[in-house]
Design a protein around this ligand. Structure first.
Ligand code: ARG
Length: 836
């Protein structure tokens, strides 16, 4: 949205001045006419001629203004950065100096050939403005360039496709229309923030020395905070046969990457396919950010927006030989135990790297591999299509895996392959292998379901030592332990301590109430006799939860008086179906503010149009996920939003703040902020498959509903959303794959896709708890940052929460719908946990 805003505001000074001149000149002219008319009929002819001339002049000026002012505004400047390999040239040192005659000569040839390449494409030739070569590097010669196009509004996607087609054609068949032979092109559209004219820009070029470090810092560092509206780029190079190592020893930027950021590329131009990482926020010096390139070049860009002043950064650059042992990885491993890790661990691994370890242990033994740390970038695709670790014949892992993830092979040989692609790096992994006896995988120990072995006294001690809780299952609780309803045993002294240790609240029930009283989920006390009597005596109805009559609610609607209805979706349909009217009593939900007619496709939501939409921020930092209001104190989000990562404890309520009634991220001070009291992720959430991707958050205090804050209706457990039904998705997530988040809340309409079809499109990864929705031709979808937010469906003039944004394969790709958690499947669970 930012670029659009900027585009609309941009008005060249001279043409707007012209508008005012027009007004000044012609209003008096028509007044003159009236005055002169009174003076005498003889002059009428002259006046008519003058008026006509004036009108013609006004029309001409108007046309000119339209041509230069508005027509220009309807076009947007689009810059593609790219690199192209010139197969039939050899690198000479002078190519490093843009002022040398050799540089200029080759640059001119490259520009001429790019021009003739673009002229082959009808979509590109008409919008092409020109290209500029930024640098050359070794191998034969690689040219880095920027090409500029003036693209009329609405044609951007077509131009993107044409550029991609051209690049893949060059990769397939080469390009030799001129004297140069191009055999490999990588290019992508440049983020508008990297070329906005509103920013002061500085460009540097540095060559690593073998003896000393080169230092780069944000402007003003360490004496002053960095300035607003700055763009700085550093082209870094090393000698042939070397790679560059860049270590940030201080890094302190604003926490929101859509405001200020540093990007590190494995290239000399800012091309997305070689973006290693985008960084913002604070990084502790004890955990420095370290990058390694795959070749002898690297690009660092630093962008700041109009506000916020932070100290900035300092980084040191050195070059190391490609043969250095620092970069070595893979090989043959033996013995009965050992360890290995990804290159440069625990710093970022280099892009484009492949390592293979072949482990062979004594005959008759089997191998157990334990990853003490595992962080491998999945890239924009979720399912290990970016970087991965493959345990050949067993499994392929990527993303973030829990500490001490174990993989075993039932043989004495194991092959492990690590592969990184050209973009998005991460910290990698560290692994330990050891042998085990096939007959006794955990000698003298207890074996968890996840294959870990734990000391026997840790079993049934109330702590989850396995990591998957299997050491706490099937326990006989002794007198010093509480027997939780879900089968766990927890130490008695945890009873009534205000923490839900059992996970199902058993240890916190009947704490504050007198004998003979039942404590509701909201801590209210009601007479024990009222429990399961068919009436909701607790305000949250929890006295009727878990009762045998409750069984009806899985298949039908449960009225307040405990009666079940078989009518599908009776809630808030305008007809009283329950005797006690409870099906129509809680209908302050899902009312959408009126909005202008909409087109299918992403666009800005109107203010208050989706009053249940919540923006979840990491405290004092930035938007991370969406959520939906379901009551004064509860919101629903995705479980994957609340999983810990190495640096951030997403699972802790204290990490978060929720903004309700928010429209634009720029005005969060106008929204209602709440802290989080508790987070309940679904216990069967699976981080590998995204199954059961749903979580509940309780706000620290209730909110008062208003025009901008209102709950969405929850569907009943039996609701199904048929294929083809239109649903609405909303969020502040990225507006294109790999792009940055939106400032203003976005909305789009998509359609439910048949699950069988979807399962085929998504390689069999769809479970019955997932709903697919999208536009199969591509172009409309949720994306990174929309997670946890609502997929809403309109029924009886109210919006119901049909799904929660969960995952996808990239964003808005052809034949790749978005995947949503099916909320009806979790209706009973929501009721159980929240009483709503
Ligand atoms: N997992 C993403 C997030 O954390 C949401 C992805 C949705 N992707 C999609 N293509 N529908 O924000």
């Amino acid at each position: 949205m930012d670029p659009m805003d900027r585009g609309m505001r941009y008005t060249p000074g001279s043409s707007s001045d012209m508008n005012w001149e027009l007004a000044d000149t012609f209003l008096p002219a028509s007044d003159n006419k009236k005055l002169k008319k009174k003076r005498g009929p003889g002059k009428v002819g002259i006046i008519v001629v003058v008026v006509i001339l004036a009108a013609v002049l006004a029309l001409t000026i108007g046309l000119l203004v339209w041509h230069f002012h508005f027509r220009q505004n309807l076009q947007s400047q689009k810059i593609y950065t790219g690199s192209v390999r010139i197969a039939n040239q050899a690198f000479v040192d002078a190519y490093e100096n843009p002022d040398s005659a050799e540089f200029k000569d080759l640059a001119n040839q490259v520009m001429a050939q790019l021009k003739s390449m673009y002229s082959e494409s009808p979509q590109l030739s008409k919008y092409y403005i020109g290209s500029e070569v930024q640098a050359f590097s070794e191998g034969s010669v690689i040219a880095y360039y920027e090409s500029e196009f003036a693209v009329p509004a609405g044609q951007e996607a077509e131009v993107d496709q044409a550029v991609n087609r051209l690049s893949s054609k060059v990769r397939r068949v080469g390009e030799k229309q001129g004297p140069l032979v191009f055999d490999h092109v990588v290019s992508s559209a440049l983020d508008t923030r990297l070329f906005s004219k509103a920013r002061a820009s500085m460009r540097y070029s540095q060559h690593a020395k073998s003896s000393a470090e080169e230092i780069i810092t944000s402007p003003g560092f360490p004496d002053e905070p960095y300035a607003p509206n700055t763009f700085v780029q550093w082209q870094l190079r090393g000698d042939p046969g070397h790679v560059l190592k860049l270590s940030f020893d201080t890094f302190n930027l604003e926490g929101n990457c859509s405001n200020d950021f540093v990007r590190v590329y494995d290239s000399l131009v800012a091309v997305d396919k070689h973006l290693m990482e985008e960084e913002c926020g604070y990084n502790s010096p004890s955990n420095p950010l370290n990058f390694i390139s795959s070749r002898n070049v690297m690009l660092v860009t630093f962008v700041t927006n109009e506000e916020g002043n932070f100290p900035g950064f300092r980084a040191r650059m050195t070059q190391i030989s490609q043969d250095s042992s620092d970069l070595a990885c893979g090989g043959k491993l033996g013995g009965t135990s050992g360890s290995f890790k990804s290159p440069n661990f625990p710093s970022y691994y280099p892009p484009n790297k492949t390592c293979q370890w072949d482990i062979q242990v004594p005959d008759g033994k089997h191998i157990k591999l334990r990853f003490t740390t595992f962080m491998v970038s999945t890239g924009s695709l979720n399912h290990c299509s970016g970087d991965y670790v493959q345990i050949v014949g067993v499994s392929t892992l990527c993303g973030k895996q829990p500490e001490n993830t174990i993989v075993t092979v039932n043989s004495n040989k194991m092959t492990v392959v690590f592969k990184s692609d050209s973009s998005q790096v991460d910290q990698g992994f560290s692994a330990i292998y050891e042998v085990f006896e096939p007959t006794d995988p955990c000698p003298y120990k207890f074996q968890c379901d996840n294959k870990r072995c734990i000391n026997p006294p840790l079993r049934c001690d109330g702590w989850n030592d396995c990591g998957d809780s299997t050491d706490e299952r099937n326990c006989q609780c002794d007198a010093s332990m509480i027997k939780c309803r879900n089968g766990f045993c927890k130490p008695m002294f945890w009873r009534c301590d205000g923490v839900n240790d059992c996970g199902d609240d058993t240890d916190e029930l009947n704490c504050g109430c007198n004998v003979g009283e039942f404590q509701c989920n909201d801590n209210q006390c009601v007479s024990e006799k009222l429990r399961c009597d068919g009436n909701r005596d607790c305000k949250d109805g929890s006295d009727e939860d878990g009762c045998s009559r409750d069984i009806c609610k899985d298949s039908t609607f449960l009225c307040g008086n405990g009666k079940c209805l078989t009518k599908p979706n009776p809630m808030c349909d305008g007809q009283v179906d329950c005797e006690d009217g409870s099906d129509e009593s809680n209908c302050n939900c899902g009312r959408k503010a009126n909005s202008k007619p909409r087109i299918v496709g992403g666009q800005e939501a109107d203010v208050d149009e989706f009053p249940w939409q919540v923006s979840l921020h990491i405290k004092n930092t930035a938007h991370v996920c969406g959520a939906s209001i379901i009551s004064e104190q509860w919101i629903v989000t995705a479980a994957h939003c609340v999983q810990d990562e190495d640096k951030i404890k997403y699972s802790q309520p204290g990490t978060w703040e929720a903004y309700l009634g928010l429209h634009t991220q720029k005005e969060k001070q106008k929204a209602t902020k709440r802290l989080i009291k508790q987070i309940i992720p679904h216990k069967n959430y699976n981080a590998n498959t995204y199954d059961n991707d749903i979580a509940l958050m309780e706000l620290d205090s209730p909110v008062t509903f208003s025009a901008s804050i209102r709950p969405i209706c929850l569907p009943t457990a039996t609701d199904v959303f048929p294929a083809g039904e239109t649903v609405t998705i909303t969020g502040w997530g990225a507006t294109r794959e790999g792009g940055s988040g939106a400032t203003v809340l976005q909305k789009a309409n998509v359609r439910i896709i048949n699950s069988t079809v979807c399962n085929q499109l998504m390689d069999g990864q769809i479970t019955s708890r997932m709903t697919c929705a999208g536009v199969l031709t591509g172009g409309v979808d949720a994306c990174q940052g929309d997670s946890g937010g609502p997929m809403s469906v309109l029924s009886n003039e109210r919006m119901f929460l049909a799904g929660v944004v969960s995952w996808g394969d990239g964003c808005a790709r052809r034949n790749k719908p978005g995947i949503y958690t099916t909320v009806p499947k979790f209706r009973a669970w929501i009721k159980e946990k929240t009483g709503v």
